[in-house]
Design a protein around this ligand. Sequence first.
Ligand code: FE
Ligand code: FE
Ligand code: FE
Ligand code: ZN
Length: 229
Amino acid sequence: MFFTLSNNYITVNINNQLMAKQTRGTKSSGSASQAKTGSKSAPAKNKSNGNSEGGLKQDTSLLEEFVLDAIKDIYWAEKHLLKALPKMTKAATTPQLKQAFTDHVTVTEGQVSRLEQVFELLGKKAQAKKCDAMEGLTKEAEGIIAETEKGSLTRDVALIMAAQKVEHYEIATYGGLVQIAKTMGKDDISQIFAQTLAEEKEADHLLTEIAENNINMEAEQEGDGEEEA
Ligand code: FE
Ligand code: FE
Ligand code: FE
Ligand code: ZN
């Protein structure tokens, strides 16, 4: 919870600064401050996206470009997770954990559809762009499976940690996207991201509950007497 709040706080501040910069850019034509920022701008990259605010166009389109990239990234990430989750389900022992992973496949499929809906609302083709973070996070999960004993609760604890790292990455991503979309005045898209954000938080909480209620204590007992170092 704290993590998400602080993440959103940072995002909002960045957005405010961006907007302030954009406003300054439009209002101070010919002033010293414009000469300063004007020299840094890249007019060639500017694409008109039908935005009505004349002077805001340039920075807004750069922000839109970044957001589109971020959406392509999380689109790849969600699809990649769909391949990793069945492996994690198979590796898990505790029934509640198996069920949580299985349920998250269905949830994730819905999130993929939601992202396709966002692409459509933006008038863009749904396109995935490799997310290095999700690739690394799922690699860690696979490493855990390889390094822990089948049927052990230690493996379940490790799998929960790996899954929570995935959820936190997603929470950070969607938390940021909710705020940026809102800042850009795309409330419909912001609300779509908010739905997914709520699901990722729920998944994270569920994993915490499973760990606290079912696994951690038993895993600790399991470790007694068979520790190597
Ligand atoms: Fe997700
Ligand atoms: Fe990413
Ligand atoms: Fe790591
Ligand atoms: Zn998730």
